[in-house]
Ligand binder design. Sequence first.
Ligand code: DGL
Length: 276
Amino acid sequence: MSLAAPIGIFDSGVGGLSVLRAIRQQHPSENLIYLADQAHVPYGPRGLRQVQAFSEGITRYLLGQGAKLIVIACNTASAAALHHLRATFPDVPFVGMEPAVKPAAEHTNSGVVGVLATPTTFEGELYASVVERFAQDVTVLQDTCAGLVGQIEQGKLDGPEARRILQGALEPMLESRLDTVVLGCTHYPFVIPLIQDIVGPQVNVIDPSPAIARQVGRLLEKHTLQNPARSIGVTRYLTSGDPVNFQELIKKLLEQDASAQMLSWQDDLELVPQIS
Ligand code: DGL
């Protein structure tokens, strides 16, 4: 395995860019390849089985591109597929996501935390297990913020619809004296200013991306996979959706120019490059 091989990162759409941003900051010399499955976004309402199949197809594609480590930058895909992918590709290091209930339970003063995540994430064993292990003594409130991923995919980060959805989720939680919000979907860090505006500065909003990037560093070290290059690594962007639209979103969300390549699904099982 070449140490210059890329780290493969994927999500249903642009949400995983919040994780990519943290990885780029902490591991500047690594080459990255980001795959957004925008043909299938949102994953949240699709259910565990279908999201698992997409995640396996994406992982095969990223490994075919030489990825040395895979980051599932999506709570929904982690809930649906992390165990399956580790079992299917036992030699590949994976970093998955789970809602940051543990740090929330450790730091809450009011004893009430709110988790914002998709229906499929709430359905998965991973979520049940973190709540059982770490949140026995706190009240955990949940909301799926239906429609919010779609708003973020359209770049509407502070529009009236995003505000309506978040107010619907957060205002009842505030009435229950919540003091900590866990972002259990990688799309949501892009609406932190709106969330903070609704809950006020005294409520702690937990973005897990820096912790995920630290875990990437630990795994690179453990498997001796760090790229020793001194230059800034290259990032390639791929989407199963519209590459021009994806490029515009990258510009808006990461404030950088990028060109994206389009992939197509064959029978929803295999990804192939789209030849234009
Ligand atoms: N960004 C994703 C997550 O972390 C998926 C959202 C979706 O596609 O519904 O759960």
